[in-house]
Design a protein around this ligand. Structure first.
Ligand code: PLP
Length: 364
């Protein structure tokens, strides 16, 4: 369904005359006297020469953009490279939510950055809590009712697989939400962990649904969290609006270079190996956890982590910390009392974790 994206964006962003940077308005070759840069670097390091660190980087590097478009099987005009998905979430909130007026919807427990972005922007956050007693399933009936009945909903955040509960959003459920949002809101599907599961990405649906936005990242399966590279896949009209708000040079030259290395031909097979080993590690850890009678609930996960509910989350987190193992405590969050999240690490790391958990179970 084609939707008029400008009609749901903040009018001041639609009306704004965008900033035009030197690198955007002219080619980056020849004698460059248009950006007040230094003609050479001061640092005597071939890396500085290779990356031309005296120059501003390309705002949306063409080669990286085309590689990513190919990887996600979408047109280049549907790709925006951001400083991590965190920046994509922030840009969406700033473009589509008027402070004090518009709202975004999340289904908690979920990724904490949606709420942070809403708070910073002064957007209302409407929570449609998941059903903790029912495997943390989303209440889609209630979600669609909220979208239909509440004024000013502009963004609906869904996460598949979800962090920290590890579950997927089904295709039929996603299409139901897309239909409910038609003409009034964007559906943002955060697929940070999609590589770890068998489900297909929704990238292929973006062409058909103008108001669907998919977030991808190099931070998880691509093993490049330090690079800070996220990708927004959306209709060119959405990408165009986000580009009005993104910083003129959001990506450092080193990050662009590193992102290209992270998704190079060699890296693809290593990524596949990592995903295989994480999935094996996850199955193995789930088997181990099912034998621990002191654990109340183990949530099945499609991602590179597992969520547990125990009697004393603080005690377990401290116990592991004393053994140098950091696990994430969620016990203070709504519906997550007693919950901790364990990331699947290397085989050695999992051996250390299981040994700590074994000892915890047998402690006097
Ligand atoms: C880790 C994570 C991200 C990735 O964020 P980056 O800024 O790209 O590192 C996005 N969404 C969710 C749900 C995550 O857990």
């Amino acid at each position: 369904m084609k939707m008029d994206i400008n009609s749901i964006a903040r009018p001041e962003i639609v009306a704004m005359k965008p900033y035009v940077s030197a690198r955007n308005s002219a080619a980056a070759d020849g004698i460059l006297l248009n950006a007040n840069e230094a003609p050479t670097t001061h640092v005597n390091d071939p890396e500085w020469q290779r990356l031309s660190l005296n120059r501003y980087p390309p705002p949306q590097p063409a080669l990286l953009r085309s590689r990513l478009a190919e990887m996600y099987a979408v047109d280049e005009s549907m790709v925006l490279i951001t400083r991590g998905s965190d920046e994509g979430i922030d840009l969406l909130t700033r473009v589509f939510c008027r402070p004090g007026q518009d709202a975004m919807v999340e289904c908690s427990p979920c990724f904490g950055m949606y709420r942070i972005a809403a708070t910073i922007q002064g957007a209302r956050l409407i929570d449609v809590p998941r059903q903790a007693g029912n495997g943390f399933q989303i209440d889609f009936e209630k979600l669609e009712r909220v979208i239909n009945e509440q004024d000013g909903v502009r963004l609906v955040f869904l996460t598949s697989p979800n962090n920290p509960t590890g579950d997927l959003v089904g295709r039929a459920q996603l299409e139901g939400v897309l239909k409910a949002c038609e003409g009034r809101a964007l559906v943002v599907l955060d697929e940070a962990y999609i590589e770890f599961c068998n489900a297909d990405s929704a990238c292929e649906l973006v062409e058909q649904w103008t108001h669907l936005v998919v977030l991808r990242t190099l931070s998880k399966a691509w093993a490049a969290a330090g690079v800070r590279c996220g990708i927004v896949i959306a209709d060119p009209a959405v990408i165009g609006l986000l580009q009005r708000v993104i910083a003129p040079y959001p990506l450092a030259a080193m990050a662009i270079d590193a992102a290209l290395q992270a998704i190079s031909g060699d890296a693809i097979s290593r990524k596949n190996q990592l995903v295989d080993s994480i999935r094996t590690g996850r199955a193995d850890l789930l088997r181990f956890l099912s034998g621990c009678d002191w654990i109340r609930v183990v949530t099945q996960s499609e991602a590179n982590f597992v969520l547990l509910r125990v009697a004393d989350a603080d005690g377990l987190v401290d116990w592991c910390a004393e053994r140098g193992i950091r696990i994430r405590n969620f016990t203070s969050q709504a519906q997550l009392e007693g919950c901790v999240r364990l990331t699947i690490g290397s085989a050695d790391e999992m051996t250390a974790l299981k040994s700590a958990l074994q000892d915890y179970g047998e402690r006097a």
